[in-house]
Design a protein around this ligand. Structure first.
Ligand code: GRF
Length: 202
C-alpha cells in the first residue's frame, strides 16, 4: 500500500515507518512526507532517503485551503492511506470524511484517556501507573476514532513529562509500523473480508 505521512515536527515516527517500510516483505511504502512546517526535521531525513516531500505552511490559509493543498499532494503522489505522525493540525471535517477509514494517527496516551495535549504531564499528575501510545483511525472528533493498537509504558515515581515522553516514543516507534502494516494488510484477512461481506449483505 502507498502511504503519505504528515508531520509537523522531528518526524521520529515517520523515520520508524520509513525504515520499517524498507524491510523485506513490508506491506507499505511511503510515497510522500508532507508538512505544514517548512523546516520540520523529518523532511530533511525523508529527502536524504529519496522520498518525495511537500512543505506547505498553514499561515495565511484557511483550514480548508490548507487541507486541500495537502490532500492534492497526497493524491498526486498516489497515496492510498494518510498516516499522521505528529501532525499538529486538526483536519477539516470534509477532508476526514473523504479519507474515512484511510487516515491513521498515533497519540501518546492509552486512549480513551487523555485526548489532546500534555498527555504525559496529565498521566503523571493523575498518579497513573502506566501511560502509553495508541494508534487510531481518524474521525472528525479529535483523538476519538476506533483504537487499532496500543502499547503500555510504565510511569516511574521520579518521571518528568519529558523523560516519560521519550520512553513513550520508543514504544511508539515499535507500535506504529506494526499497526500500519496490519491495517493496510487487513484486506488479506479472511475474517475481515467475511465481516465486510456480512455488512454489505445487511
Ligand atoms: C508523538 O509523541 C506522537 O504520539 C504525537 O506527536 C509526537 C510526534 O513525534 N502525536 P515525532 O515527530 O514522530 O518524533
Amino acid at each position: 500500500a502507498k502511504i503519505a505521512v504528515f508531520i509537523s515536527g522531528t518526524g521520529t515516527n515517520m523515520a520508524a515507518l520509513l525504515y520499517a517500510s524498507r524491510l523485506e516483505g513490508a506491506p507499505f511504502e511511503i510515497v510522500l512526507v508532507a508538512s505544514n512546517v517548512a523546516d520540520a526535521g523529518g523532511l530533511e531525513l525523508a529527502r536524504i532517503e529519496g522520498i518525495a516531500t511537500f512543505a506547505h505552511p498553514h499561515k495565511g490559509h484557511s483550514r480548508e485551503d490548507h487541507d486541500a493543498a495537502m490532500e492534492q499532494a497526497a493524491k498526486d503522489a498516489g497515496a492510498q492511506f494518510i498516516v499522521l505522525a505528529g501532525y499538529m493540525r486538526i483536519l477539516s471535517e470534509g477532508f476526514v470524511r473523504r479519507w474515512e477509514g484511510r487516515i491513521l494517527n498515533i497519540h501518546p496516551s492509552l486512549l480513551p484517556k487523555y485526548k489532546g495535549l500534555d498527555t504525559h504531564a496529565r498521566a503523571i499528575a493523575a498518579g497513573d501507573s502506566h501511560c502509553g501510545a495508541s494508534v487510531h483511525l481518524v474521525t472528525p472528533e479529535l483523538d476519538s476514532g476506533e483504537v487499532l493498537a496500543q502499547a503500555k509504558v510504565a510511569i516511574a515515581s521520579e518521571d518528568t513529562p519529558e523523560g516519560l515522553a521519550a520512553r513513550v516514543k520508543l514504544a511508539e516507534h515499535q507500535l506504529y509500523p506494526r499497526a500500519v502494516a496490519e491495517y493496510v494488510s487487513r484486506g488479506n484477512d479472511p475474517e475481515y473480508l467475511l465481516a465486510r461481506v456480512r455488512e454489505l449483505a445487511l
